[in-house]
Design a protein around this ligand. Structure first.
Ligand SMILES: O=C(O)CC1=CCC(=O)O1
Length: 94
């Protein structure tokens, strides 16, 4: 199942610099591991915002929930999740 997830990040301004660096490194590792496994298909920066739009291809809602809850940055994010279906005008389906 495909999902588009928008993640808006808001890390506290007063977070310790070392703790922030470790948090962002852990987030990157977590994301790239799932990208290599094929569940996190792509990640795009939203221009001018501390936000991304990511495409996930996962077994179902429970798996997406598990992945999102496991994000190191989860406590500092808000998310908007859109389940995706094939579009009849997609030429790759012809
Ligand atoms: O920087 C972001 O948009 C937050 C994020 C999610 C996965 C990742 O590597 O960074």
């Amino acid at each position: 199942m495909l999902f588009a997830v928008r993640m808006d990040v808001s890390v506290p301004q007063d977070m310790d610099a070392q703790a922030k660096a470790e948090l962002l490194a852990a987030e990157k590792d977590y994301s790239q591991d799932l990208q290599r496994k094929g569940e996190w298909q792509s990640i795009w920066r939203c221009v001018g915002e501390y936000a991304n739009i990511s495409i996930f291809d996962v077994a179902g809602n429970e798996r997406l929930h598990e992945i999102l809850w496991g994000l190191p940055l989860f406590p500092y994010m808000t998310m908007d999740i859109t389940p995706l279906a094939e579009h009849p005008s997609d030429i790759s389906l012809d």
